[in-house]
Design a protein around this ligand. Structure first.
Ligand SMILES: [Zn+2]
Length: 129
């Protein structure tokens, strides 16, 4: 399997902490201290109750595949886009990597891995457990 070039993520003041943590091998999700719900991606205002009492918490980094699709056409190297539902209850769009796409299944357990993108940033992706 040849490696795919991962475009550098657009890093801005709102998500810098997320990518700084990813560079250290930690996946962050947002958590609201008013309603207690987790959210993704992390942001200043809680998307459930609009409270600004949000914080960043480290996710366990494990979850299950909610849906996925492997792209073969129009890309130099096939890759698998997926929605993964984390233990924390939030679903994130990501890539499934280091696996045979034909062996994947919805509901399969996966764990986070951090893949280096262009310009050195690390991007959280998932691989089967
Ligand atoms: Zn809330």
């Amino acid at each position: 399997m040849s490696a795919r070039n991962i475009p550098a993520p657009p890093i801005n003041p709102e998500n810098k902490r997320y990518f700084d943590a990813a560079a250290q091998g930690t996946l962050l999700v947002g958590k609201c201290n008013d309603c207690g719900e987790a959210h993704f991606y992390p942001r200043v205002l809680c998307p459930h109750c609009f409270s600004d009492k949000t914080e960043w918490v480290a996710a366990k980094g494990t979850g299950v595949i909610y849906s996925y699709s492997t792209l073969h056409r129009g890309v130099p190297v096939p890759y698998t886009l997926a929605y993964v539902t984390l233990e924390e209850g939030v679903t994130m769009m990501t890539n499934l990597v280091d696996c045979d796409p034909s062996s994947l299944a919805i509901g399969q357990r996966v764990k986070v891995v951090f893949k280096e993108a262009d310009e050195g940033a690390k991007v959280p992706m998932f691989t089967p457990v």
